[in-house]
Design a protein around this ligand. Structure first.
Ligand SMILES: [Zn+2]
Length: 76
């Protein structure tokens, strides 16, 4: 796991060493997710792409009436 989105207010545990790359707010419910990268592979451009991807995933979850997980693994 190189990149993960963590719901704000959730424990960071295994992602404690990860570097915050930005926050994405869900349009549907206003919940915020912190995008975190391993420092060795931290990349702002990749984080921007992942933010777009996450936005769609969160919107889909609302369409299917699914609850957002506390932690979402992000594609590279
Ligand atoms: Zn939402």
């Amino acid at each position: 796991m190189r990149a993960v989105a963590i719901k704000k207010g959730q424990s960071r545990e295994k992602a404690a060493a990860f570097q915050d790359m930005g926050t994405l707010r869900c349009d549907g419910c206003g919940e915020e997710f912190v995008i975190a990268h391993q420092p060795a592979s931290a990349d702002k451009w990749v984080a921007d792409q992942q933010a777009h991807w996450l936005e769609k995933v969160l919107a889909e979850e609302h369409e299917r009436d699914k609850k957002h997980p506390d932690r979402i693994e992000l594609p590279d």
